[in-house]
Design a protein around this ligand. Structure first.
Ligand code: URA
Length: 203
């Protein structure tokens, strides 16, 4: 309950944030959804139009696909995980967040990681990989490989946690194929590995 109260306080502070120019274009700040007590945290890129309108991350087409894939892997999005984004305000025309915007929002993400205290962290897409580990352009090579944050801007907050980069669902939406080796097939495999790691991790 303490954690829930602290997250609510954090959300109220986020609502007032004027840390970068994205504050002027948002309808609302999008903080997180799911179970604050979960041992698994997913971090995506940024809210899109649907998320900005509803105030919840991953509720548009990408989010619906992500939920389907999580459920297919045996993970309940309400019970088994907490999900948020690297930045909390929608960039105009859904462009990628700029490095200065990622930096301005990082203290919020750092506090979320501290409060949720997850054992496992899934980095959903290239921007999350950049925001969390400081790695640009490495998602295709790094997806599916467990790592730790021995370097990068959030290394303190992430000490002792296992991280797994995966492809972003908006990328998967461009490829309907499910054949072996396809982006969707790889992501199903990666999420199955997450489920397995969660089951194996001590409570
Ligand atoms: N894409 C993201 O990365 N996050 C959202 O909340 C929605 C789409």
């Amino acid at each position: 309950m303490q954690r829930q109260a602290e997250l609510e306080a954090l959300a109220l502070q986020c609502d007032r944030c004027q840390g970068c120019a994205l504050a002027t274009g948002r309808q609302q700040v999008v903080v997180g959804r799911g179970n604050p007590e979960a041992r698994l945290m997913l971090i995506g890129e940024a809210p899109g139009a649907d998320e900005d309108a509803q105030g919840q991350p991953f509720v548009g087409r990408s989010g619906q696909l992500l939920d389907q894939l999580l459920i297919a892997a045996g993970l309940d999005p309400q019970r088994d995980l907490y999900i948020c984004n690297a930045i909390k305000c929608r960039p105009p025309a859904n462009r990628r967040p700029k490095p200065a915007e990622l930096a301005a929002c990082r203290p919020w993400l750092a506090r979320q990681i501290g409060l949720i205290d997850p054992q496992l962290v899934v980095l959903v897409g290239a921007t999350a990989l950049e925001a969390v580990l400081g790695i640009k352009g490495g998602i295709t090579g790094l997806r599916g490989q467990w790592c730790d944050a021995s370097a990068g801007p959030l290394q303190e907050e992430l000490r002792g946690r296992r991280l797994l980069p995966i492809l972003h669902p908006s990328y998967l939406l461009r490829f309907g194929r499910e054949s072996d080796g396809s982006p969707r097939w790889l992501t199903r495999r990666d999420l199955a590995a997450v489920r397995e790691a969660l089951t194996a991790a001590p409570n």
